[in-house]
Ligand binder design. Structure first.
Ligand SMILES: *[C@@H]1O[C@H](CO)[C@@H](O)[C@H](O)[C@H]1NC(C)=O
Ligand SMILES: *[C@@H]1O[C@H](CO)[C@@H](O)[C@H](O)[C@H]1NC(C)=O
Ligand SMILES: *[C@@H]1O[C@H](CO)[C@@H](O)[C@H](O)[C@H]1NC(C)=O
Ligand SMILES: *[C@@H]1O[C@H](CO)[C@@H](O)[C@H](O)[C@H]1NC(C)=O
Ligand SMILES: *[C@@H]1O[C@H](CO)[C@@H](O)[C@H](O)[C@H]1NC(C)=O
Length: 174
């Protein structure tokens, strides 16, 4: 059963987080935490990141706004967005830099990139880690950020049926 797998995965994630308690699964999701993960000192160093809505909603676009220090011009490239739940890849999307910015993008200490990303409405609720990598036209990594958020409506934990309804009805109260 999808729901049983989900519960096992969620239990593992919760057990592995030293600070986590049962209250992690609640309507009040934490503010997304992001951490820089770049393996190069050149390129793009993320200085801020926000999601809207926050937390994201399954089956609806989230607007990702990334601000950072771009030290080298980008003539072309892409953002690779890899959503994982309990270390299992759930969904991946790529966004061309030139579709969301005017290329070449010149060096800028506070470059801003804004794009849409979406998690399928059938995806599990719970804690996600999203790995976002910016590659340049040589396909070399020039920036990396990991984003944590918690999709926890409290509706979909026990019944597959509730997961199905998430995509159809807007969530209220947040
Ligand atoms: C980071 O972004 C958030 C959300 O847009 C904003 O509230 C905050 O002021 C920003 N922080 C900095 C240091 O710019
Ligand atoms: C999400 O945003 C993309 C890019 O703007 C758009 O093409 C797509 O139709 C949107 N999907 C939904 C479900 O709103
Ligand atoms: C997405 O992240 C997962 C977990 O870190 C990793 O196993 C997988 O290889 C990544 N996929 C891509 C396409 O980067
Ligand atoms: C892409 O980034 C790598 C690593 O920083 C760099 O060596 C390479 O010259 C860059 N390519 C372009 C076309 O800017
Ligand atoms: C940095 O990570 C990319 C994958 O995003 C990899 O292809 C590259 O080899 C890594 N570079 C270094 C110096 O580890």
């Amino acid at each position: 059963m999808v729901s049983n797998l989900h519960l096992v995965l969620a239990a593992c994630v919760l057990a592995c987080l030293a600070h986590a308690t049962a209250t992690t699964i609640s309507v009040d999701a934490p503010t997304p935490l992001w951490t820089e993960c770049s393996n190069t000192s050149h390129g793009f160093t993320v200085t801020n990141l926000s999601l809207s809505p926050d937390p994201p909603v399954l089956g609806k676009n989230m607007t990702v706004t990334i601000t950072g220090d771009l030290s080298e011009a980008i003539s072309a490239g892409e953002f690779s967005v890899n959503f994982t739940f309990a270390d299992v890849p759930v969904s991946r999307t790529t966004v061309s830099v030139c579709d969301i910015a005017t290329c070449p993008v010149p060096p800028n200490p506070s470059a801003v990139f804004v794009f849409q990303a979406i998690l399928p409405s059938q995806a599990p609720t719970g804690p996600y880690v999203t790995n976002i990598i910016l590659s340049n036209s040589s396909l070399a990594q020039v920036g990396c950020v990991n984003v944590r958020f918690d999709i926890s409506t409290g509706l979909a934990l026990d019944h597959d049926h509730d997961i199905d309804t998430l995509g159809d009805s807007p969530l209220d109260g947040s």
